[in-house]
Design a protein around this ligand. Structure first.
Ligand code: ATP
Length: 363
């Protein structure tokens, strides 16, 4: 069942059409990430779900109820939508201690004092802040302030959580820790979560579903695996993956059971049938799928090693193949390779083919 439904939503800022027509369904209990480059409309979409931004037309339904309809002009204000949010600035009240920051909304909602106390204790314990409830936000570290904001969400028990780049002010180590905490929060609360980020690692590590956006339009919606391995088009293929996917200009020479594609004059033979129209294609190969050989093998392209960069558990190898830079990633620490001249092979079952307009045609 879909907990959040956006139907043909549009939004303009002055003459700028930021969202030209968005259809999005978010299943109950899922962790969905809106991902895309700056200005693609992620925040605008989230703010329209929250009721902080008024769409121009379309309909928004939350938990089976219409909260906005362009046809009737109805609009439910944010505080009546039953949502929890956490934004980039955690929006803690500086003049209130941690406990009050967490429980303010509960007291205002006239929840009995004893229940508020129980929920406060539980929320503090979940984010490991028990004992710090008497401090002001200014007496806490950035990470602790973040956790107060998370505790406020836990205490409120909303069935929908909206998060806009909540980790962007944190240092790298805290970001990694908080990713795990937010994921745990999602699992424990079982709340439908919409998360906005331009950070693909956050999207890949936390999401059940990733929605990749560009210029207010959805490019692809799918599991992290689908987005990474079966990108819908070149934009998604290049946006996801670090280091970036390698792209080659190629030509399909045979289709069907004896499929073959030629890249830089090299015929990459088929290991299994593959249907694709004959003619020019763009061939995508992820860096970890490039196979490096130290002597010539069949169906290999000659390559020159330009530089070798170990990153700890992996090593990035930058190669030049017929004048084109190609990146390979090997799953171990190497300071250098034994020779400057190597050969690469491209495993046919790891290739992704795109047509002239950039849409994936196979597999
Ligand atoms: P970022 O990652 O930089 O936050 P985003 O994907 O969240 O980007 P939005 O903030 O939703 O993008 O913006 C979508 C488009 O709408 C952009 O072109 C932006 O310049 C424009 N926009 C957003 N808010 C306003 C506003 N208040 N007034 C005018 N234009 C706006």
């Amino acid at each position: 069942m879909s907990e959040i439904i956006l139907s043909n939503i549009t939004k303009s800022y002055g003459s700028h059409l930021a969202i030209p027509g968005l259809d999005l369904e978010i299943p109950k209990g899922s962790f969905v990430t809106l991902l895309g480059p700056s200005g693609c409309g992620k925040t605008t979409t989230l703010r329209m779900i929250a009721g902080l931004e008024h769409p121009a037309s379309g309909e928004i339904r939350l938990a089976g109820k219409s909260v906005y309809s362009g046809d009737t002009g109805s609009f439910v204000p944010p505080e009546k939508r039953g949502l929890g949010f956490i934004f980039q600035s955690y929006a803690l009240w500086p003049n209130m201690k941690v406990d009050r920051n967490i429980t303010l909304a509960l007291s205002e909602a006239k929840i009995p004092t004893q229940t508020v106390k129980t929920r406060l204790a539980e929320a503090l314990s979940k984010v490991q802040l028990t004992g710090l409830e008497g401090r002001y936000p200014s007496e806490l570290s950035g990470g602790q302030q973040q956790r107060v904001a998370v505790a406020r969400l836990i205490a409120a028990r909303n069935s929908i959580l909206l998060m806009d780049e909540p980790l962007s002010n944190l240092d790298a180590k805290l970001r990694t820790e908080m990713r795990t905490e937010l994921k745990r929060l999602h699992r424990e609360l079982d709340a439908t979560t919409v998360y906005v980020t331009h950070d693909q690692v956050e999207a890949l590590t936390m999401s059940d579903i990733i929605v990749v956006m560009r210029d207010g339009l959805i490019q692809q919606q799918g599991s992290p695996y689908e987005i990474y391995h079966n990108p819908a088009n070149l934009f998604v293929a290049e946006f996801i993956g670090d280091p970036k996917i390698n792209l080659f200009q190629g030509e399909v020479t045979k289709s069907g059971a004896d499929f073959a594609v030629s890249i830089h004059g090299l015929n990459v033979p088929s290991r299994r049938g593959f249907e694709a129209p004959q003619g020019p294609v763009t061939v995508g190969v992820r860096p970890e799928d490039i196979e490096i050989h130290h002597e010539p093998v069949a169906h290999a392209l000659a390559a020159e090693v330009d530089f070798v960069q170990p990153t700890g558990s992996q090593t990035l190898i930058s190669l030049i193949v017929k004048g084109q830079r190609v990146t390979a990633l090997i799953p171990r620490f190497e300071m250098s390779l034994p020779t400057k001249n190597v050969w690469i092979t491209l495993p046919v079952d790891r290739l992704t083919l795109f047509d002239a307009s950039g849409n994936r045609i196979a597999p």
